[in-house]
Design a protein around this ligand. Sequence first.
Ligand code: NAD
Length: 357
Amino acid sequence: MSKKYNIAVIKGDGIGPEIVDEAMKVLDAVAVTEDINFNYKEYLLGGAAIDETGVPLPDETISGVKASDAVLFGAIGGPKWDTLPRDKRPETGLLGLRKAMGTYANLRPAMVYDELVNASSLKPEVIKGVDLMVVRELTGGIYFGEPRANEGDRAYNTMVYSVEEIRRIAKVAFDIAMKRDKRVCSVDKANVLDVSQLWRDTVEEVAKDYPEVELSHMYVDNAAMQLVRDPKQFDVILTGNIFGDILSDEASMLSGSIGLLPSASIGDKVGLYEPIHGSAPDIAGQGIANPLATISSASMMLRYALGESDAADRIDNAVKKVLAKGYRTQDLSEFDATEVCSTGEIGSIIADYASKK
Ligand code: NAD
């Protein structure tokens, strides 16, 4: 009997609808071969929601998303809504959605495809074969800690983590490592910060439940350096909110193209799967957006939310094959392209490869 999943789809603004359509095309292709039934339901967020309902995050979107098995998301925002007050802007809608979903872990893979090693600003020999995952704590740490204040002549924030917060994010990292190369590098600043010492001690405790996973620790300043010196040494990087914010952006640039990288925000319940880039209003509607990051986000959704690793492998392999054959969207056309494709064309080629036995 075929497996059924309820997928909440949020296309959003700008190139959002174009790239999400291609991800759905690819999902439909693997649905046939893997005997899966996707029940999609679309919800509004961001500018599209403002235009239709007057608010960036309608209640219907929150309830629909919470009732789904996973959320596939494009991107929101654009100049049309930039002059609105902050609480009415598209970005406020996305932050509100993440909060409502309780997603405390941000997963950002950074992989370098062999065919695109020249797209990176680093030397090919440094980045060839990079395949790492940054697991960033998303709802705690210094961005949320109390007390916080700006008193005019001085200002402060508080970096605070509870054992429970550290434990749950560490578990996410170890679970992911079990599906990868079984190595976790926990990044902190335990030589200076008490909160980092607690982080380190707690991660050590969690590691005892994962005897197959090799755990190492690294100070964040060293990690920032090692990421550009020898990124291949990493499998899963586990870190807190502010360190992860910085390191995941650094890691994403290893691949050299913003149009390639997926991400996931997950918690105890429903996860949000989305490309790392924004809504690219400058190229919206032209059929030239690169849908690969969104297609890879759909693959992450299959692997991490639905446990459909065979279907996810199919998509990942199809993306690799398409790049190896030299099919490129315009943003990557200068890197060994044999054919420059539109958004829809490259989506169809990936769907075709993904559906082959
Ligand atoms: P952006 O990521 O949208 O675009 C940066 C540059 O990269 C642009 O030149 C764009 O054309 C290009 N680009 C991005 N994605 C691409 C793709 N898939 N294929 C080809 N080229 C691509 O960032 P920005 O310009 O800073 O922001 C534009 C809008 O997106 C803003 O309104 C911003 O608030 C919003 N935004 C949304 C999200 C989100 O929804 N998660 C994230 C970041 C920015």
